[in-house]
Design a protein around this ligand. Structure first.
Ligand code: FMN
Length: 372
């Protein structure tokens, strides 16, 4: 810990995310916690979990990936949805709790595509067998099934699902949504050449491969008022491929321009499975996040190891990003912004919190000191 950051750390200055004024630049990154009821209904335990970050001083909390339709979007057992009235009501409780503690609340909308841990029939841009195996911490086991190539009518249903879920998010009291275009899930499967072999308008060049993401953002943007934040998450790496990289600034710039043109209010650049440094630079002197800022002029969230106060200060101070999003570091330090403000030490993340399950029950057992 470096005491010199006390009260002056750049993360503690106010910021904005599109129309939203934020008390600081610290955001909780989306984290799947496989803890909703079997019907995808968010629980009181989840509301308390999300409120804890708001009470700890984070300016905005992004939820775990939420499923958007009852067809093929679902990614995990015990994943929350935004498809039914009951799911919406569960989220409304969480939104009240987060707002009461002074934070903005953003729902991450997610379609698992070929990487569903729970569906036996999956859809993807092309019938390409996914790399890797299902993830035990999220209830998966064994190999992924071979996905079916998504049809144009399935694509229409995907967009409709995201629009309906965004409307429900607004009705539940969220301040905005984030389209999960990262980490190897459906939209990222479209972005990625080896999982997208299509020859229609959704496959081919980078502009074609990002088309579905952009169309989905535009459709959402048209369906919600302008004071409702519409963000998007993008990444090079994937939960089942930590090595994938965009071919260079050209490919990245096409994605960034397309989502901005579609009406995104912010870009969130994820670093799945890798420290920020390892995925940060698209050219020796140009970070992916700085390129996103330059191409779009929009606020950019950097992610990956941002709980290190020196790292976060460098990212913000050197113009790499406007905000930082913490995942594992926020689990270890739900009061990270207050710790920075008070000059208190940052706790190390304990991996047992997510093993053998990423659920809240498992985390509570570990934190209570009863895990084996
Ligand atoms: C338990 C857990 C669940 C996650 N679930 C999601 C998710 O639902 N959506 C998403 O975009 N990223 C998800 N991620 C990735 C994180 O948002 C983040 O990109 C990654 O953990 C790197 O950030 P960190 O170094 O701050 O942990 C998850 C990460 C963790 C640890």
């Amino acid at each position: 810990m470096n005491m010199s950051y006390k009260t002056t750390h750049p993360v503690l200055s106010p910021a904005s995310l599109g129309p939203l004024a934020l008390r600081n630049r610290a955001v909780v990154a989306p984290m799947s916690r496989v803890s909703a009821g079997a019907e995808g209904i968010p629980t009181e335990q989840m509301a308390a979990y999300y409120a804890r970050f708001a009470e700890g001083g984070f300016a905005a909390v992004i939820t775990e990936g939420v499923f958007t339709d009852s067809l093929f979007s679902r990614s995990y057992q015990h994943q929350p949805g935004l498809v039914t009235d009951e799911q919406q009501a569960g989220w409304a409780l969480a939104a009240d709790r987060v707002h009461a503690a002074g934070s903005a609340f953003i729902a991450q909308l997610m379609h698992g595509g070929a990487l569903s841990q729970c569906l036996t029939e999956t859809v993807a841009p092309s019938a390409v067998h996914p790399k890797g195996a299902k993830m035990a911490d999220y209830g998966g086991s064994g190999p992924y099934p071979l996905p079916r190539e998504i049809t144009s009518s399935d694509i229409g249903a995907v967009i409709d699902g995201f629009v309906a879920a965004a409307r429900r998010a607004r009705a539940a009291g969220f301040d905005g949504i984030e389209v999960h275009g990262a980490n190897g899930y459906l939209f990222d499967q479209f972005h990625t050449p080896y999982t997208n072999l299509r020859t229609d308008r959704y496959g081919g060049t980078a502009a074609d491969r990002v088309r579905l993401t952009a169309e989905t953002l535009s459709a959402i943007r048209a369906a919600v008022p302008s004071d409702f934040v519409v963000g998007v998450r993008l990444s090079q790496t994937k939960v089942n491929d930590f090595e994938h990289r965009w071919t260079g600034r050209g490919e990245a710039a096409v994605y960034f321009a397309a989502v901005a043109e579609a009406g995104a209010d912010y870009l969130h650049i994820a670093s799945e499975g890798r420290d920020w440094r390892q995925t940060a630079m698209i050219e020796p002197d140009l970070s992916v996040t700085a390129l996103a800022r330059a191409v779009t002029g929009l606020p950019v969230l950097a992610n990956g190891g941002m709980h290190d106060p020196a790292r976060a200060a460098e990212i913000l101070g050197d113009g790499h990003a406007d905000l930082v999003a913490l995942a594992s570091g926020a689990l270890a330090n739900p009061d990270w912004p207050q710790r920075l403000r008070d000059g208190r030490p940052i706790e190390k993340f304990d991996h047992r919190i997510l093993h053998p399950s990423a659920s809240l029950d498992n985390a509570e057992r570990v934190l209570a000191g009863v895990a084996g």
